[in-house]
Ligand binder design. Structure first.
Ligand SMILES: NC(=O)C1=CN([C@@H]2O[C@H](COP(=O)(O)OP(=O)(O)OC[C@H]3O[C@@H](n4cnc5c(N)ncnc54)[C@H](O)[C@@H]3O)[C@@H](O)[C@H]2O)C=CC1
Ligand SMILES: O=C(O)C(=O)COP(=O)(O)O
Length: 532
């Protein structure tokens, strides 16, 4: 039974799938301190959070069973991603579910700012009928500068156009073509700061975006600008903004997010007449909360059940089409890597992935973590290695990893083949596998020897001289020791040359039997290969 801890308020409707899963137990405990989380986390396989829970290295180190952290939302700045990756914990988020909701909150803030709605409301309910103090401005014909044109920024830009605003924007990943299709005029940060009437930020908080708008930008800013931040506190320097408001450079600011949340009671934003605030409500609608909880629950179940999943934040993103194409090869790659590691002596130095057939024309790098997981599991154990930390583990051990598509560009068969080569300090070996249309996963060659093996259970891999009588002697020896042979295959390149014998056996072979096998003069090497 998998145990999932939900440590922030997450929609019950969205958690239905997790609650309904027979192999999952969901426990909801919100408002835990770091200390309290460290104490309970060892019992859980998954942790589901929003932005309140700070998932620190300490919590992850205590989470001995923790396989996945699910963020029911976009920003993962409350999760120590490096610690998660080092420990092989998959971090996923729900990137699409709250886009429109946050965009709508941004527009609500922009309009509230333009028309002083919160300030006017406060006075009116306090019994004052003040129609003079709240002269607003129209959005029509104003320039809106958008910093960060990802999911939310683009939705904001589209809706701003409907108000008759001119949208200018900056995003290092927005091409001129796409910008022009969206009706956005590309501009630098400097141009935006100097010319926009309203400016809204929609970037993540990174070392690059931290204080992206600070004193130097306020110094050249168009007088009377209004600024909205529904992304992350810290993108705009709060202290510098207060100065700019007081100097009349900025006419008003609308903030949903703060450098420290919740802000201290004496935070200047909370009493400044030109600042309006909400308590990080950007994603807080019924619809968005259901969407993000549904998304994240679905992926967490996939991860716990070791099924393919999407939206991992600490693994390279793979386009859906490519993911669908490569998915059938994931376990094959792990099995090939694992069997190869069991056949090979010495410390691993180089791993090469070679593909033939249609695969040769695709970007097969997403297969590498699966290959490495298989290889490294032999030495580090399956508890220590997974597809999240496999690359990191290989790198830290100076293992050179490469993809060579060209060597086997054309498969000798009608199906795609994957060959993994392993160079160690003492030898080089390779295995080839394929996912066959009817039979599923198969190892189709061990080195140069053609075979057809399903990677499961226990196998004995024996390299011998191709000579009559050896197969009989091996069979007798195993039979005498009560080891049942389920099937046998023999592969050779040329008659009388070297050959391999692969025996599927029902149980592990005792050391004494291995020694007796090696003692047969024509046998060069015996390896037992086991698959989980
Ligand atoms: N207030 C709230 O409750 C919510 C806040 N957010 C926050 O909103 C922000 C945007 O979210 P999405 O649009 O979903 O993310 P996204 O990843 O789709 O978009 C972010 C964009 O920022 C751009 N960017 C990165 N560095 C930049 C830089 N130096 N200058 C300009 N652009 C830069 C990226 O290229 C990307 O296109 C995130 O910080 C997210 O955490 C998201 C949802 C709710
Ligand atoms: O999705 C995001 O990035 C958000 O900031 C939303 O945060 P929340 O889930 O409301 O705590």
């Amino acid at each position: 039974m998998f145990k999932v801890l939900v440590s922030d308020p997450i929609s019950d409707f969205g958690l239905q799938q997790l609650n309904g899963a027979e192999d999952v137990e969901v426990v909801k405990i919100t408002g835990l301190s770091e200390e309290e989380l460290v104490a309970v986390i060892p019992h859980y396989d998954a942790l589901l959070v929003r932005s309140q829970t700070k998932v620190t290295r300490r919590i992850m180190e205590a989470g001995v069973r923790l396989k996945v952290i699910g963020r029911a939302g976009v920003g993962v700045d409350n999760i120590d991603l490096e610690a998660a990756t080092n420990r092989g914990i998959i971090v996923i988020n729900a990137p699409d579910g709250n886009t429109v909701t946050t965009c709508e909150h941004t527009l609500a803030m922009m309009m509230a700012l333009a028309r002083h709605i919160p300030q006017a409301y406060a006075k009116t309910v306090a019994g004052q009928w003040d129609r003079k103090s709240f002269l607003g401005v129209e959005l029509r014909n104003k320039v809106l500068g958008v910093l960060g044109l990802g999911r939310i920024g683009i939705e904001v830009a589209k809706r701003a156009a409907a108000f008759g605003m001119t949208v200018i924007g900056y995003d290092p990943f927005l091409s001129e073509e796409r910008a022009s299709k969206l009706g956005i005029k590309p501009a630098t940060v400097d141009e935006i700061v100097r010319t926009a009437d309203f400016m809204t930020v929609h970037t993540p908080l990174t070392s690059e975006t931290h204080h992206m708008i600070a004193k130097p930008q306020f110094a050249v800013m168009k007088r009377g600008m209004r600024i909205i931040n529904c992304a992350r506190g810290g993108i705009i320097d709060e202290a510098a903004l207060i100065e700019a408001l007081d100097e009349g450079i900025v006419a008003g600011a609308a903030f949903d997010v703060f450098e420290h949340e919740p802000p201290a009671p004496d935070h200047p934003f909370l009493r400044h007449p030109k600042v309006i605030v909400t308590p990080h409500l950007g994603a807080s609608t019924v619809e968005a909360q259901e969407n993000v909880a549904l998304d994240v629950s679905e992926q967490v179940i996939h991860i716990l059940r070791q099924e393919p999943f999407k939206n991992a934040v600490n693994m390279p993103a793979v386009p859906t089409d490519l993911l669908n194409r490569l998915q059938p090869c994931f376990t094959l790659c792990s099995h090939l890597g694992n069997s190869l590691a069991q056949m090979t002596d010495g410390a691993v130095r180089e791993v090469t992935l070679e593909c033939s057939g249609e695969l040769a024309d695709l970007d097969v790098t997403p297969l590498i973590p699966y290959v490495l997981k298989g290889i490294l599991t032999r030495h580090l154990g399956s508890e220590q290695v997974n597809v999240v930390n496999a690359m990191h583990l290989a790198k830290s051990r100076d293992i050179n990893v490469s993809v060579q598509k060209s060597l086997l560009a054309h498969s000798p068969h009608a199906f795609d083949e994957i060959t993994i080569r392993l160079k160690t300090t003492v030898e080089e070996r390779w295995v080839t596998g394929a996912v066959l249309p009817d039979a599923g996963e198969r190892i189709v060659r061990i080195g140069p020897y053609p075979v057809e093996l399903s990677p499961e259970g226990h196998m004995l891999l024996i390299s011998q001289k191709d000579k009559p009588g050896i197969i009989g002697r091996v069979g007798t020896l195993l039979g005498d020791n009560g080891i049942n042979i389920a099937s046998m295959q023999v592969g050779r390149t040329e008659i009388g040359d070297s050959a391999v014998m692969i025996l599927k056996i029902d149980k592990k072979t005792p050391e004494s039997v291995m020694e007796s096998l090696v003692a047969i003069p024509e046998i060069k090497r015996v390896r037992e290969i086991s698959f989980d």
